[in-house]
Design a binder for this molecule. Sequence first.
Ligand SMILES: [Zn+2]
Length: 195
Amino acid sequence: MEAESYPVLADEVDVKMLMKLEKDATTSVSEIGKLLGMSRQLATFHYKKHLIERKLIEGYEIFVMRYADSEATMVLFLISFPDYERFARFARSLLDKFFVITMGKVLGKNALILEVFLSTTEFRKFVGALSGLARMKLVRSYEYAVQDFAVKRRQTISGEYFKDGSWIYDHENHLETLKQRVSNSICQANDGLHD
Ligand SMILES: [Zn+2]
């Protein structure tokens, strides 16, 4: 089952170190120390005692594109389930699947965020299977977004939003800004069509 809340196990140094590693996972601890203006000893301490022992880093992954760009799609799904049991069963069934890139539970909901990398044919089959599950009421609803490799960017919440041991990130506000930007760029694209 899900925890009521998640304790913040990191301090500001840890978050800054994670940001450097996220940019380039091959950066050595002493290099990170230099970049952040602290001694190698102190950097090593935070790395070993906090990042590793508290499992703030669980491991590294190498991602290899399996298909030529033209015939593959990277798709982000948001799938909602009627209850926790059905959510868990579905998530478990995906654990050993090669096409799953990332998977995570939506906090406080029986919903799954799923990123998959599939050939166009496999993608159609997957959506077909989801529709089938929805008809059988094993899935409540699903939506998906096909990612465009040409403009794809991703980032975890930036370390600047970590102050005095907690996150000061304003989710609602951030979403509003994003929605505004999307509708602006849609307007611009439409204007472009009339030129
Ligand atoms: Zn630390």
